[in-house]
Unconditional design. Structure first.
Length: 494
């Protein structure tokens, strides 16, 4: 057997362990009975241990070294990606990997209870341990300029605190200025008809039809309702999404389109790369660029609703009294709110800014975990002019910190920006894209994305991939131009 074949065999074992962890985590959030927590934590801990030991073992590294001697160009690409994964994993001791697995499993379970009962105090010890663990993780990876650098790099390779600070800072004032213009000059928009008891299962059924029309395969994926929306991929033929219930139509509709963006990315990986290190999204920001594009750039556009509006009027007859234009403006209404998920496009990046600033303050010991609610409420009052009446609609609304995903939040705003940059390039190359959407013809759009984005898998690093697709680096101006143009139209601004 060639050394490369030995590497492939070991990687398939790693992939099976990863898929098992993913499946058990999906089940914990969707189907697992509450009494299963203790056993599930044990299962995840053991599997995480096996995965880490196999990935960082001397045998795999030696096989990779030997495999380079007679590897083809494509085989070398696989070896380079896997070697980079190993180098990063070796910086973390096994005890830390096991500890994070156990802590995050228990913290997630408690988060669901704490959010439901508006009990932030019960989450303090869990958050404290997870933030402490993040500081240890940062120190083990090592950093030159800022302790946040290794944490954001876990989700967006090559990004830093300075970049996140710059990007979110570039967005802040133009966003606030545009929101102020809308408030002062825009015609009032009534979206009250979007807030009601929708019958969540009916709305979910409608969205299954929508995502099927777009190109998400329900033969190779599924959609469920859960407390938080997420997407898990076990393989390109087993992609599982959840959507979140809400009394606002954007709850299930927007979150389904968002997760579908992730799902399409994973279902559209090259079949011949399945079970290799090259398969999968290259980074969270690139991944989020697709989920935010399908949710917002496409899913909140007039051409999208010019087609799908007919289907929704069939499902919900009261909508026959509402014009498509009235619906589109209501669906894009700009209004300061407390919830990140389902937020309008303009306030969304301010939601991310709050979380980023708080994460950095905690990591640098400028903010104590127990003081998160007060700091959270203060920032919402400053940036939004509103303040949560409870922690459930404030600092307990997001699942990320309970999973130990510290450094993740900026990738959502990165995704907004990258998504618009990619979309602008797509429009140049497919100038009739609006006409395609108005007829429900998404195949050319999806084919372009597969060729230009999804099909590269993990072969090209994120910054290089963005430059390759759009010819420039990540920057805020294209998104600012997009938002200004769109909301000038929505609100008939001068």
């Amino acid at each position: 057997m060639r050394p490369f074949d030995e590497v492939c065999t070991t990687y398939r074992e790693l992939n099976s362990l990863r898929a098992s962890i993913s499946l058990l985590s999906w089940d914990q959030q969707v189907l697992m009975p509450p009494g299963g927590l203790s056993a599930r934590s044990e299962h995840l801990l053991r599997l995480s241990k096996l995965h880490h030991q196999l990935l960082t073992g001397d045998k795999l590294s030696s096989s990779i070294d030997e495999a380079f001697s007679d590897a083809s160009d494509m085989e070398e690409a696989q070896l380079r990606v896997l070697r980079a994964d190993i180098a990063k994993a070796k910086k973390l001791p096994l005890w830390l990997v096991q500890k994070k697995s156990a802590l995050s499993s228990e913290a997630y379970h408690q988060w669901r209870i704490s959010k439901e009962s508006n009990d932030f105090a019960s989450m303090v010890p869990h958050y404290q341990e997870l933030f402490d663990l993040s500081r240890e993780t940062s120190a083990l990876y090592g950093f030159k300029d800022h302790p946040y650098d290794p944490l954001i790099d876990l989700y967006e390779e090559g990004s830093t605190y300075a970049e996140a600070h710059q990007i979110l800072g570039d967005l802040k004032q133009p966003t606030i200025d545009l929101i102020r213009r809308i408030k002062e000059e825009g015609a009032p928009i009534d979206d009250s008809f979007l807030i009601r008891d929708w019958g969540q299962s009916r709305l979910k059924t409608a969205m299954e039809r929508v995502i099927g029309q777009i190109g998400f395969s329900l033969e190779s994926g599924r959609l469920d309702i859960a407390a938080n929306a997420f997407c898990s991929n076990l393989s390109i033929n087993d992609v599982r999404m959840t959507t979140r219930p809400s009394n606002h139509m954007r709850g299930i509709v927007s979150s389904t389109l968002h997760e579908m963006g992730h799902g399409l990315y994973e279902q559209s990986q090259r079949p011949d790369w399945e079970f290799t290190p090259l398969s999968g999204g290259i980074s969270l920001a690139v991944h989020e660029s697709q989920s935010r594009t399908w949710e917002n750039v496409i899913g909140r556009s007039q051409p999208f609703w010019n087609y799908f509006w007919i289907w929704f009027r069939e499902q919900f007859p009261f909508m026959s009294e509402i014009s498509n234009d009235q619906f589109w403006r209501a669906y894009n209404k700009v209004e300061p709110g407390l919830m990140r998920v389902g937020s309008d496009e303009l306030h969304y990046n301010l939601h991310i800014l709050v979380r980023f600033e708080l994460e950095v303050a905690i990591i640098t010991n400028q903010l104590a975990v127990k003081d998160i609610p007060e700091a959270w409420n203060s920032k919402y009052q400053e940036y939004f002019g509103v303040s949560p009446s409870s922690d459930s609609e404030g600092c307990l609304q997001d699942v990320h910190w309970s999973r130990g995903s510290i450094g993740y939040f900026p990738t959502y705003s990165y995704g907004n920006l990258i998504g618009v940059q990619i979309w602008n390039q797509l429009v140049k190359e497919i100038p009739d894209v609006n006409e395609l959407m108005e007829t429900g013809s998404y195949r050319p759009i999806l084919d372009w994305l597969v060729e230009r984005v999804y099909g590269y898998g993990r072969m090209i690093k994120p910054k290089e991939l963005i430059r390759h697709i759009v010819g420039e680096d990540l920057n805020a101006q294209p998104w600012i131009d997009y938002a200004t143009s769109k909301f000038t139209q929505v609100y008939n601004l001068k």
